[in-house]
Design a protein around this ligand. Structure first.
Ligand code: TYD
Length: 138
């Protein structure tokens, strides 16, 4: 998988005097059906999350509040995306190593995922991930 597939999705934003409303629809804004939602919050200053890749899982990551940085790595190329708006989602396809850091105080990181939690879908060791990336396209 190529890191260029991982792009920011500009989600709809309905604005009126009562505030903003944003929504995400499977198949319209993201190329997968949502089966699970989880979120990171009360992250202490300096902490890092992620540090893994998925074999098959698709995800959309949204900064619901505050900000953080997402570091993406497809085994060949890397990029960093700063997240600080609730109407942007970062689509992360399978076979991408990700690390999330630089959380602001009060940051909430919501993840929409294409499947239930399955530890077998994870690469927790970078070397193992890199070995399989090289098997696909050395
Ligand atoms: P972990 O993968 O370390 O979180 P992060 O991606 O933020 O670094 O997950 C922390 C723990 O939570 C780990 O024991 C697995 C568990 N977990 C679930 O039980 N269900 C889930 O949906 C997720 C994402 C994690």
């Amino acid at each position: 998988m190529n890191i260029d597939i991982c792009q920011l999705v500009d989600l709809p934003k309905i604005n009126d005097r009562r505030g903003n409303l944003t929504f995400v629809e499977s198949g319209r804004h993201i190329p997968f059906d949502i089966r699970r939602v989880y979120y990171l919050y009360d992250v202490p200053g300096g902490a890092e999350r992620g540090g893994h890749a998925h074999k098959k899982l698709h995800q959309l990551i949204i900064a619901m509040s505050g900000s953080f940085d997402i570091h993406l790595d497809d085994g060949h190329s890397k990029k960093v995306v700063h997240m600080n708006r609730s109407y942007y989602g970062l689509y992360v396809c399978p076979m991408i190593w990700r690390e999330i850091d630089n959380f602001s105080s009060g940051a909430v990181c919501m993840v929409l995922a294409s499947d239930y939690y399955e530890e077998e879908d994870y690469y927790r060791e970078y070397a193992e991930f890199k070995k399989d990336v090289n098997k696909e396209a050395p």
